[in-house]
Each structure stands twice: as C-alpha cells, then as structure tokens.
Design a protein around this ligand. Structure first.
Ligand code: GAP
Length: 449
C-alpha cells in the first residue's frame, strides 16, 4: 500500500486533501492522472448501465435535500455506528472493527500504557451510538440557519423523483434509474488511503420491479452477476474478487437482502460494491412522509402498486483504488540485459489515463520533433495521448509504464522515409512497426478489447 500511495502522489493520481494546511482527515484530491482514471471508470460504468440498455435512464440530483428526506429514508434514526472509546487515549472505533481494536490495545501494551481499572472493567467504554450524516446549515442570518445534511447516499435523489421520472418518460416496469455523484459520511475511522473517506463518489442503479418475490429475486440475481462480470471484464484478477452475503444482523435498515462484491486488498477482503434488495422501503416511506402518492399504475394489468427496488451501489473511489492496487506490479525489465526492474500499472486500456504516448527519438532533431508533434496532434483528436521528449527512450518507457500507458509510439529517422513508427506494448514490451496511416485503427483495436 505504501508503494501505491507514494506512486499516486508522485505521478499525480491522488493527493491528500488540503495538504498545504496539514490536510483534512478522510479527504483526498485527484490529480491530473487520477482524475482521468476516475473519469474513464465512471464512463465505463455509465456505458454498461445506461447507454447500452433500453430500460435504464440517468439522473443527477442535488447533494442538498430537504431534511425530511433523511427522516423518511431512516437515516436520521438508523444511520448510526455503535462506537467504543479507548479509556487510555480516547480514540474511538466502530464496535465491529475488531482487528483495529486489537491492534490498538497491542500498541498500548507495547508502550506499557495502562490506566487503573476496577475488577471486571475493560479499557473500553460501553458502545455509544453516533450518527454519521454530515450536518450543514443553510440560510444567511446567524441563529436562524436551518440544519440539513450533505447526502449520506446518492440513492434518495432518485427515489424522491420517482413520479417525476415516470411522468416525464415512457418507462414501464421493470426499469432502472442510474446516478453517479458525491456522498458524505462522518466516518469515525476514515483510513486505508481512499478506502474509507468522509467525502466520496457513488455509482448507483435503482432498478424498480413488481412487488413479487420470485420476479424480484430473478432481477436481483441478474444484477449481482452483471456487476461482478463488470469488474472482471475490466481486468480485475478473478481470484481477488468474491461475493459475501450480509448476515441478518448486519443488514442495513432498508435491506431485505444484501451481497457485497469484495476485493482482496493488502489490508484484507474489503467491500467494493453492495447489491441490495431494498423492497418497497424507499417509496413507501416517501409516500408516508411526503403525503404524495408514490405508486405505479400498470396499464396492462390495471394494477396499482408500490414497486420494489433492486440496488447496485458501488464506490467510485473504492473501485479506482482497487483497480490501481490490482494493476500495480514490479517486474524484471526483460527488454534490457541490465537486470533492471520496472514498475508497471497494468490497467485495462479503457481505464488507462493515456492510451498512448508519442516520442521523437531525439529531442534535438527538429525534423523528428515536427513529425512526432504532427502525429501527436492528430491522435489527440480521438484519444488521450501523452507527449514526452525528456531523457532517453528507456526512461520514457519507464515513466509511461508507471502510469499505465498501454502503447508508446516512437518517431525515428526511418519514419521520415517509410512513414511508419515503432509501437511498443506496455505489457509484453514487444515492439512493432506500424504505418502512420494505420495508427488510429491500431489504437482503436488495442483499446477496445
Ligand atoms: N445506497 C446504498 C449505500 O449507500 P453502502 O454499502 O453504504 O450502500 C455503497 O455504500 C458503496 O459506497 C460501498 O460499497 C462503497 O464502495 C462506497 N462507500 C461507502 N462508504 C464509503 C466511504 N466512507 N468511503 C468511500 N467509499 C464508500
């Protein structure tokens, strides 16, 4: 993890939030490359969930919502974490973070730090409940500002618009509404880099189905399988992915059933995405709290009902982190006999921040630079392309491997006569001559795998 965190900072993927002021716990900023990676990931999600389907539309709801939304959704009451506090240093942990609690105790033991305890007493307080919605105040007059919340999940922006979406489209059940956006949680123990942050992005699908056990489970199984396949198709190693079912006492207040897609990180198996059967929780609660009719009328069967919801809820930041971890590798550089090693981000080409880099073989030969610039400008119209003319070719390859650029294109003296270039493959390190006129097709073929 240390190597990945360091690479992310050094190469402009992810920086600590507000770093020059000492940072802000649990917040992260995406640099130029991280921003591209995250953008590509969201694009891929949107393409599979919305663009390629007839039954899913997308929305973009406000982060700030009427506070009644959170009463109706159950978050003001149920979005709580039971915490225990260390009596020695007063640090708080979620009660289910057993490993962290054990490590914390060991640290105090190592430093021989303890407090006097009465018989039977432990060094932890009794669990106390803590709501993790982030409060904010709206209004201009001090003392008269209204308290509301930054959304704790992006989900409710979809459900409160259920009727608007129905009335402004021709959607018929079953159908889905997708959204990508920021959510905020006052996490007690943010950590493991971006894994648990205070501010993060979610990519969610709310899929409305008939209130029917058999039909809803069929859809549930379909989405569960589809979401797992998505990660695999984008190249995550299969043996680092698994499903985990939530135990009954672990289920969120809205869930009838929940399975997580988990990834094997250096800090253990961790949740990447949740597939939840939300039943009629959201729509019936909004109907009850708003007094508005949230039912659906089936024109064919003439039935009126509150639909059930199957939700796929993924974290953009978590997925970005897991793709980075999965792609990171250190290996021998077999292209030289020097026994040197290289760091490579073997990101799927669709996710890679740059699809190719263009180099002139020599920086001080204007004819090579001019030709290379032309190719660069031309390819840039269709792809994300990097330009590099620093150092020697070996260093440029090293630098592009480290950020996951799948192809490096070198313009040399032969280019000027034969109108072709050397294209070097990031993963195999093999080189090939390709005609300039065929470069665009070649790139398309290599990216859209
Ligand atoms: N609408 C359902 C919902 O929000 P969740 O399991 O609480 O369900 C869904 O969150 C996903 O959001 C998680 O699987 C994770 O990827 C991401 N997520 C949740 N809390 C997060 C945090 N503090 N930091 C980063 N990502 C988080």
């Amino acid at each position: 993890m240390e190597k990945i965190v360091s690479l992310c900072k050094r190469r402009g993927f992810i920086y600590p939030g507000s770093e020059i002021y000492g940072g802000l716990r649990g917040t992260w900023d995406y640099g130029p490359l991280g921003n591209e990676l995250k953008f590509n990931l969201k694009q891929e999600w949107w393409k599979t969930i919305v663009k390629e389907r007839e039954d899913v539309v997308g929305v973009s709801a406000s982060i700030l919502m009427n506070p009644k939304v959170w009463e109706a959704s159950g978050h003001t009451q149920n979005f709580v974490d039971p915490l225990v506090e260390c009596k020695i240093c007063h640090q708080r942990f979620k009660i289910d973070e057993k490993e962290q609690i054990k490590n914390h105790e060991e640290q105090h033991t190592k430093k021989k730090e303890k407090i006097d305890l009465r018989q039977g007493e432990t060094s932890w307080t009794e669990p106390k409940k803590f709501n993790i919605l982030v409060e904010t105040k709206l209004g201009v007059v001090e003392g008269e500002k209204d308290i509301t919340y930054l959304r704790g999940e992006i989900t409710q922006g979809v459900h409160v618009n259920f009727k608007n979406i129905l009335n402004s489209s021709r959607l018929k059940i079953p159908f889905g509404v997708a959204q990508i956006g920021k959510a905020f949680r006052n996490e007690i123990t943010p950590g493991n880099f971006t894994y648990r942050s205070i501010e993060f992005e979610q990519m969610e699908l709310q899929y409305y189905v008939r209130p029917d056990e058999k039909e809803s489970m069929k859809q549930y199984d379909f989405w569960k399988k589809t979401r797992m396949e998505w990660y695999k198709k984008l190249g995550i190693k299969k043996d680092r992915l698994r499903f985990r079912e939530h135990a009954k006492d672990e289920l969120a207040h809205y869930a009838r059933a929940a399975w997580d897609v988990e990834y094997k990180t250096p800090f253990g198996w961790k949740e990447c995405e949740g597939i939840h059967h939300r039943g009629d929780w959201d729509l019936s609660r909004h109907q009850q709290y708003s007094g508005q009719d949230m039912s659906y009328f089936d024109e064919e069967t003439k039935e009126k009902f509150i639909p059930w919801v199957i939700e796929t809820s993924g974290g953009v930041d978590r997925a970005t982190l897991f793709f980075l971890i999965d792609a990171y590798c250190e290996e021998k550089d077999s292209s030289t006999k020097l026994g040197t090693s290289r760091i490579v981000l073997k990101l799927h080409p669709k996710l890679a921040p740059y699809k190719a880099a263009v180099f002139p073989l020599l920086k001080n030969k204007p004819e090579l630079v001019e030709k290379a610039r032309k190719i660069y400008q031309e390819l840039k119209k269709n792809f994300e392309i990097a330009w590099d003319d620093r150092g020697n070719i070996g260093k440029r390859y090293f630098s592009q491997d480290e950020i996951g650029t799948p192809l490096c294109i070198t313009v040399d003296f032969d280019t000027l006569e034969k109108y072709d270039v050397t294209v070097r493959n990031r993963d195999t390190m093999k080189q090939k001559r390709i005609k300039i006129s065929e470069l665009k097709d070649y790139l398309n073929e290599k990216i859209n795998v």
